[in-house]
Write a protein that binds this ligand. Structure first.
Ligand code: SF4
Ligand code: SF4
Ligand code: SF4
Length: 573
């Protein structure tokens, strides 16, 4: 094992398409290693910290997270008439239906690949080498994994555990070595469900082995560019047969099974885990005193069958059954003809990301103070910013990963304060009522017009004025009430606009004092238009508050928004 800083020239695997990002923080929330920085309202991937797990790509609701595609590179290799071998990951069984699986080899030949075989052939060699490695190191913890996201996680986040990794090449690398050994000049392309494999192909130790890594989506794109339709291809076989149980590799425990290591779920010395949380917990339990333990971790829940580009057409159980059926049906090669690979060992480089910086309590408190968190009870730990708690978010601000303004309760408070100020200075009387027409809020102009004070809060509006306009809204007789109304008790002639806020069944009344009969119609029009603007601002404020909360809660407010827009239009009329 060696240490390195991440190569500066390393191509980013995952990045943000800036035009599409709507700063919802979902990717920040799901990124297991805090490799996403919010900057100018954009969620930027920090390449040096990213472990290329692909979680943010599938989580982003705007398709704003993207990965580096390689199919153009492959098309260019084809144009340059290179001999190209393609290694197809065993989870193709999940991505393609059974009839498509049988035609895929023909389609790939038509596309221009000269050798078509399954990565499972390399998996068999990896498994054999893993079994040997474990038998040579029986009294320690052995972390056996073919998953580059897991290796990246250890090397970036838990370098102290790197010594437990079994230093054996992954199936992709083993297969690439075999393919290059028989024809050193040919190009090797890998296709699978995984984004992290694009990163693995760039590791220094793997240089010049895999020339391009495609997801199955990219492979489909490439076939479509070459105008190849699977339903017009004939059935044919791959160029090599898969030995042993290597087709089971995409399943949790598949490596251990192929390696002939025990996979009894009750065996305390051999465990297969999948999914980030479980992998993290299992790895964190390891220490120098852990003896005789074999762990097979896979970053995606249930293994590569649930990789970011596995297709996700069927349930997990159906996918597992599909892999088991496919493996059971395969013709096995004659053991005498199974080639072997001598150089199966590898090494992993830990990454000095510079992320682990300690900040003093004073520094953290200073950041918390900036967002109104003066005491621990102000720390709501609501996770709306994408971080698990306010302190972690404050530390992220200090690291330059987050912005103070990402705190939603704080921003809402600021917005409300600003809006309250606007309402307070409005010359029109504004009253807000709850669903039972009790007064929630009155602005100073309203209190002056109706000679009342906050003592009336929580009292019904009928204490003050005729509630009929609001009752018409409650009974849905009208959507918006607009009328000239005489309040003789108060010597007032008002133009009243009243409407409902559908999200919380609150009612708003805006009273324009038009008592002064000497006022010109022009003045009245001005007042009306000012009122519409204020009403619109009030509505839009309510919408944005509802949207912010709904964004966090994952709800859809589109219907509410359309309704409110209609309301604004009807007020304008
Ligand atoms: S998840 Fe949200 S914040 Fe992240 S890239 Fe997508 S839109 Fe932007
Ligand atoms: S690919 Fe994984 S590690 Fe990289 S930014 Fe996305 S979620 Fe984080
Ligand atoms: S579990 Fe499989 S698909 Fe998921 S990151 Fe690991 S190797 Fe890739």
């Amino acid at each position: 094992m060696t240490h390195q800083t991440r190569p500066k020239d390393k191509l980013p695997v995952v990045y943000t398409s800036r035009a599409k990002c709507r700063d919802c923080y979902r990717c920040v929330r799901v990124c297991p290693v805090q490799a996403i920085r919010m900057k100018d309202g954009q969620a930027e991937v920090i390449t040096e910290l990213c472990i290329a797990c692909g979680t943010c790509i599938t989580a982003c609701p705007q398709q704003a997270k993207a990965y580096r595609t390689d199919y153009n590179k492959v098309l260019q290799m084809m144009e340059e008439n290179h001999q190209i071998a393609i290694s197809i990951a065993p989870s193709f069984v999940i991505y393609y239906d059974e009839w498509q699986q049988k035609r895929l080899p023909s389609a790939l030949r038509m596309a221009g690949f000269s050798h078509i075989s399954e990565t499972a052939i390399g998996a068999y060699q990896s498994a054999k080498a893993t079994a040997e490695y474990v038998s040579e190191n029986p009294h320690r913890a052995n972390v056996c994994t073919a998953c580059p996201a897991t290796v990246n996680y250890v090397m970036h986040e838990k370098p102290e555990l790197a010594g437990f990794l079994v230093e054996v090449v992954s199936p992709m690398i083993a297969h690439a070595k075999m393919l290059k050994k028989t024809a050193p000049k040919r190009k090797v392309v890998f296709a699978g469900p995984c984004v992290a494999k694009k990163d693995e192909a760039q590791w220094t130790v793997n240089q010049d082995l895999v020339d391009a890594v495609l997801t199955f989506d990219e492979l489909d794109e490439l076939l479509s560019i070459r105008q190849i339709n699977l339903d017009q291809c004939e059935e044919s076989s791959f160029d090599d047969l898969v030995p042993g149980d290597a087709s089971l590799f995409p399943l949790e425990g598949g490596l251990l099974r192929t390696a002939g290591l025990k996979t009894d779920m009750l065996d305390e010395h051999v465990i297969a885990v999948s999914g980030f949380r479980e992998v993290k917990d299992a790895l964190e339990a390891l220490n120098e005193k852990t003896g005789n333990l074999i762990i097979e971790p896979m970053f995606c829940k249930n293994g590569c069958i649930n990789g970011p580009f596995a297709g996700h057409k069927h349930t997990g159980i159906q996918n597992r059954a599909a892999i088991l059926n496919y493996a059971a049906k395969q013709r096995k090669p004659d053991p005498a003809n199974i080639g072997s690979l001598k150089s199966t060992s590898t090494h992993f480089d830990t990454v000095q990301s510079g992320k682990k910086v300690d900040f003093s309590e004073d520094q953290i408190r200073e950041v918390l103070k900036k967002t109104g968190k003066l005491t621990p009870s102000d720390e709501l730990n609501c996770t709306a910013c994408g971080y698990p708690d306010c302190r972690t978010k404050a530390i992220a601000v200090l690291k330059g990963l987050a912005e103070p303004e990402m705190c939603m309760p704080y921003m809402r408070r600021i917005a409300e304060q600003k809006f309250d100020t606007m309402i307070d200075y409005d010359p029109n009387g504004i009253v807000l009522l709850d669903h039972e027409l009790r007064i929630i809020h009155m602005n100073p102009a309203f209190k002056k017009m109706f000679s009342c004070s906050d003592a009336l809060l929580a009292k019904k509006i009928s204490y003050l004025i005729d509630p009929d306009p609001f009752e018409q809204l409650v009974t849905k007789k009208v959507d918006v009430y607009r009328s000239k109304t005489n309040y003789s008790n108060y010597n007032l002639l008002c133009h009243l606009v009243a409407y409902v806020l559908p999200e919380n069944q609150h009612y708003v009344g805006i009273f324009m004092d038009i008592t002064d009969t000497s006022s010109s119609k022009e003045k009245l029009r001005e007042l009306q238009s000012e009122t519409v603007i204020k009403a619109q601002e009030l509505i839009e404020h309510q919408i944005s508050m509802a949207q912010e909360l709904a964004k966090f809660l994952g709800e859809h407010t589109a219907a509410g928004e359309i309704l409110m827009k209609k309301l604004i239009d009807s007020i304008k009329k």
